[in-house]
Design a protein around this ligand. Structure first.
Ligand code: BTN
Length: 249
């Protein structure tokens, strides 16, 4: 596996995008000790302090239809959950579309970005950006996310080797992307659903037009969109957005 290593970089996703545009292959990885402008979903920042987290981007060129690209995020989440479950012996759950939780708190986020999908198919690619809190201690977490975030160390007391973790995650993600190519999304979705933190929970999300809607999750559908039934019984298909779990009604 080819790893492009950087001490510090603005964002591994940005760098991986540049390399992929110049022809980098499936399985090439951009890894950084720290990022000065780590990107999260929905324009948020991803805190990336040196030496306590894994920040990397995996380039993939999957043989899938354009409309299947959004499924890469959920496929990756499942793969990472399996690795973390294996090494931590804890239950790992998934929050649609891209968060990985351990003991009720987020330890990992995924930001998948695609090339221009109008490109010829042989030029298309996806960048799978992964941020995982590995050795983070409670005092390292910024105040505003202290109650919501965690790390493998906080939850297990074990200082996992970041190099080994990186390889295990990349292998598992590539294996699952191959599964998506060969067997389709159904098998991935079925397993993903067994780890769904939102299933049957009440939640709120902000639509792209800024409207706040509350409803009960009925889980992701076969296209990877989240189905939410509001208080009036209307079923919504959520494409993206910031989901907050609210008190169970
Ligand atoms: C999220 O939960 O909002 C997604 C966070 C993704 C962060 C990772 S860190 C490595 C890669 N490079 C980035 O700029 N972002 C992703």
């Amino acid at each position: 596996m080819k790893i492009h290593r950087f001490k510090s970089i603005s964002s591994t996703n940005k760098k991986a995008y540049e390399l992929a545009t110049k022809g980098a292959l499936t399985g090439e990885v951009v890894l950084a000790n720290s990022q000065s402008a780590g990107r999260g979903r929905l324009g948020k920042k991803w805190q990336s302090p040196t030496g306590i987290g894994l920040y990397f981007s995996l380039i993939v060129r999957p043989d899938i239809a354009i409309e299947d690209y959004p499924k890469i995020t959920m496929t990756t989440g499942l793969a990472i959950a399996k690795v973390l479950e294996r090494i931590s012996k804890k239950d790992i759950v998934l929050k649609w579309p891209n968060d990985i939780y351990i003991s009720g708190r987020k330890c990992c986020g995924i930001l998948a970005e695609a090339s221009m999908l109008s490109e010829f198919s042989h030029k298309r690619f996806a960048i799978i950006g992964i941020g995982l809190n590995v050795l983070t201690e409670k005092r390292d977490l910024p105040d505003d996310i202290k109650s919501k975030a965690t790390s493998l160390f906080i939850e297990t007391g074990v200082r996992f080797d970041m190099g080994k973790l990186l390889l295990a995650i990349c292998d598992e993600v590539i294996e699952h992307i191959t599964m998506l190519e060969r067997e389709g999304f159904k098998v991935i979705l079925e397993e993903w659903q067994t780890k769904d933190i939102l299933q049957d929970r009440w939640l709120e999300w902000v639509t792209n037009s800024g409207e706040v809607i509350a409803g009960k999750s009925e889980g992701p559908d076969e296209n990877g969109q989240l189905l939410v039934r509001d208080g009036k019984g209307v079923l919504h298909e959520v494409l993206s957005g910031d989901i907050t779990i609210i008190e169970d009604k």
